[in-house]
Design a protein around this ligand. Structure first.
Ligand code: ADP
Ligand code: MG
Length: 279
């Protein structure tokens, strides 16, 4: 069990000059919801530091605060107390989100949320257009991203013509379009069948390694979390807090056969036991 990421050292400096330093910090973050039936402590005293290029999975039972944490990091929800920093800058300033920080983020939800009247290319290009890039540049970049997520040849298709997995690839490409430093994903493959999900896990691992994006990935699927993550954060409900953080030291890229390795099975078993203790 490990509660802190590896320390920042000279060896962490890659050829591209990235340092592997801290990218995202949650300091004593709390979020309450007040409803007619009372106050829910959805997120309680969460401290977490995520390094540049790290892939962190948040797991836990339904209602343990995973989505609430992700929405706060995405700037969609204010913390009741505590502080969130991205690249050393506070995300929330006096109840308002710092727009320069928000530009560093890409978000993918369970549903692909594509615009049905736009083609795949236009959907991927949309954030670029909103940033003021020329149509020609937008389309060139969007075509590159379509290739990255395995949608080459489908650029002119419309969302209704695609499978669920393909739609989700398009939404990942869209989230990557502005070169986010931090990719936030809330159960992105939850609506997919098991085989497509397995394939998407392999693809996401490849994309994350290629783009060197830092990823916070919410899932309630333990094998998915262990397969993808450098660290798995286990949250417990009511109040939602971190129970443990487990480092997954298996080298990357991981092939699907890693799932049959005894080490993989042992990690899953330990996490399952911990989660079942909450039942
Ligand atoms: N907008 C809201 N209003 C009231 N309660 C909420 C709201 N959003 C989430 N909650 C409550 O906060 C807790 C955590 O929810 P959530 O973050 O969605 O959990 P998870 O994503 O882990 O399933 C739950 O008890 C949920 O009912
Ligand atoms: Mg959720």
């Amino acid at each position: 069990m490990q509660t802190q990421p590896p320390s920042r050292t000279q060896e962490n400096v890659g050829q591209d000059g990235r340092t592997g330093g801290d990218l995202l910090t949650l300091r004593d973050v709390c979020r309450d919801f007040t409803t007619k039936s009372g106050v829910t402590h959805a997120v309680s005293h969460v401290d977490l530091t995520i390094q540049d290029g790290e892939f962190v999975a948040l797991i836990g039972r339904s209602g343990c605060g995973k989505t609430t944490i992700l929405r706060m990091i995405a700037g969609l929800l204010t913390p009741t107390s505590g502080r969130i920093e991205i690249d050393g800058r506070s995300l929330w300033q006096g109840g308002r989100v710092d727009s320069s920080v928000i530009r560093k983020l890409g978000v993918v939800f369970q549903e692909a949320n594509l615009f049905p009247w736009y083609s795949v290319l236009e959907n991927i290009a949309l954030p670029l257009r909103l940033c003021g890039m020329s149509t020609k540049q937008c389309h060139a970049r969007a075509a590159e991203l379509a290739g990255l997520v395995g949608l080459k040849g489908f650029e002119r298709s419309y969302p209704r013509e695609l499978s669920g997995g393909m739609r989700q690839r398009a939404s990942i490409a869209r989230a990557l379009s502005c070169d986010p430093e931090l990719l936030l994903m809330d159960e992105p493959f939850g609506a997919l069948d098991a085989l497509t999900r397995e394939h998407m896990n392999i693809e996401l691992q490849r994309i994350a390694l290629e783009t060197k994006a830092t990823v916070v990935f919410v899932t309630h699927d333990i094998p998915e979390a262990v397969f993808l993550a450098d660290r798995v954060v286990h949250l417990t409900p009511r109040p939602g807090r971190i129970k443990q953080i487990m480092a997954i030291d298996m080298p990357k890229p991981r092939g699907i056969d890693v799932q049959t390795a005894p080490e993989f099975g042992e990690i899953i078993r330990r996490l399952r036991i911990d989660l079942n203790q909450e039942a």
